[in-house]
Design a protein around this ligand. Structure first.
Ligand code: HEC
Length: 168
């Protein structure tokens, strides 16, 4: 009996060792480590300070160039996920300018939805984001305010922002 339990113990030890080696090894993968935010090209002309505040609370980490990178965004494999969502989010809709257009419309991912629709149907902010960002949870009233605010700011259908170029 002691024999089999020690064999079991050994197997567990090897398993844990392998997990530790893999966990450390994946930290060497370069993807997801560069957290240099691109320059802010345009400033969005928000319809109100409140819209801006709600947007920065719930959306800006993935839809602006002012991403705040928490400590766990440095730890693989979470870093890969955070990087992917941030780059994809910016590509689709970016209040800091750059690729903020809807050029992907009808292409990959099918129909584009407006920010207001995304807020109302609960698909934005991405649910996984809320796990580590409870402050990004919006009450029904805040959803209402934010979707009305983004519509007033970006127009009913879209994300083609009437952005003002930040003057040099
Ligand atoms: C954790 C990162 C993250 C957060 C936070 C986030 N988004 Fe997104 N967003 C994405 C990603 C990734 C996509 C592309 C995949 C998809 O469409 O689901 C996306 C897509 C979108 C699109 C679709 C654009 C298009 O042209 O189809 C809109 C609109 C949008 N987000 C609005 C918002 C709004 C509004 C908020 C805040 C309430 C928000 N997002 C918060 C990552 C995020």
């Amino acid at each position: 009996m002691s024999r089999s339990s020690s064999a079991f113990g050994k197997a567990v030890g090897v398993g844990v060792g392998a997990i530790v080696v893999v966990a450390l090894g994946i930290q060497l993968v370069p993807y997801g480590r560069d957290h240099t935010n691109p320059a802010v090209v345009t400033q969005t002309n928000w319809d109100s300070p409140q819209t801006r505040e709600l947007f920065y609370r719930a959306c800006a980490d993935c839809h602006s160039n002012e991403t705040q990178w928490p400590w766990y965004s440095n730890v693989a494999p979470v870093s890969w996920l955070v990087m992917r969502d941030t780059l994809e989010g910016r590509e689709q809709f970016n209040v800091s300018g750059g690729s903020s257009g809807r050029e992907g419309q009808g292409g990959e991912g099918g129909e584009s939805e407006s920010p207001a629709e995304r807020i109302q149907d609960g698909s934005m902010p991405l649910p996984i984001y809320l796990v580590m960002h409870p402050e990004a949870r919006l009450t029904a009233e805040e959803k209402q305010l934010l979707s009305a605010g983004v519509e007033a700011t970006f127009g009913a259908s879209g994300v083609t922002a009437p952005a003002v170029a930040s003057s040099p």
